[in-house]
Design a protein around this ligand. Sequence first.
Ligand SMILES: NC(=O)c1ccc[n+]([C@@H]2O[C@H](COP(=O)([O-])OP(=O)(O)OC[C@H]3O[C@@H](n4cnc5c(N)ncnc54)[C@H](O)[C@@H]3O)[C@@H](O)[C@H]2O)c1
Length: 262
Amino acid sequence: MSSTTTLDGRTAVVTGATGGMGRAIVAALVGSGANVVATDRDDRHADALLASAADAPGGVVFVPGDVSIADDVAAVVDEATSRHGRLDCAVNAAAIEFETVPLADCADDDFDRMMAVNVRGVFLSMKHELRAMLDTASGRHGGGASIVNIASTNSFRPQHDQPAYTASKHAVLGLTRSAAMDYSVHGIRVNAICPGAIDTPMLRQAMERRGRDVDDVAKRLSRFGRFGEPSEIANAALWLCSDASSFTTGHALAVDGGMLAT
Ligand SMILES: NC(=O)c1ccc[n+]([C@@H]2O[C@H](COP(=O)([O-])OP(=O)(O)OC[C@H]3O[C@@H](n4cnc5c(N)ncnc54)[C@H](O)[C@@H]3O)[C@@H](O)[C@H]2O)c1
């Protein structure tokens, strides 16, 4: 079994690809030789995403889409298989977070919106990715196809005033573990990354909404006293996509500066 993180000749899908983490994940996969089909409902950073991969060993195409809409998700996966004939890896990073109230004040529509993107979006993505991977996967003991879902430390430990987001990230772990169990026999590994506080637009907007001080939050949420960088999540995603993690499935990998350990 290979111990390297090369993805030469592999095809990957990345959702939430123009977001803070998504862009770093695409860069890591393309830099390791993968051909990436990147998708996001927001195409504002799509040109920069394509430009950043210009000199990389792999390649990237951008397909706009909403992960809560089944036809959009199917079109993204179809793009990967029709272009490259296979799907080996997927990183599902698309999500929303906008809450500032406890459960009794959570609007019904807000709960539904969070579930539609963060849970249904991951469900639909995995469903179409798994179907394509079943046509591709060959390894029966790991080293075949790999799905990585971006969950959260909220999957284990809630922050205040995030009832729907916390529930949605618990559900992402449920989908991850269920699929890991059912598809290991096909050589498909399914894992989650649980990021702590990572410096992306999502985190910055959450702190602004709550009027939080950046240094205070960084000290409280990380043993290193700083936020994580998107590239630190991307490195973990690359490892989980690659054969270097061939015996790892159903795992929730905290990349959180020690937050859950203390
Ligand atoms: N930043 C953090 O501190 C942190 C911590 C824990 C978990 N996470 C998780 O990491 C992942 C990446 O988040 P990020 O921090 O890069 O945030 P981000 O807001 O920068 O990126 C999220 C991306 O998802 C896209 N998206 C949202 N709804 C979509 C939809 N319906 N269809 C398609 N795309 C959609 C957005 O357009 C955006 O580009 C998310 O799953 C998030 O929940 C982030």
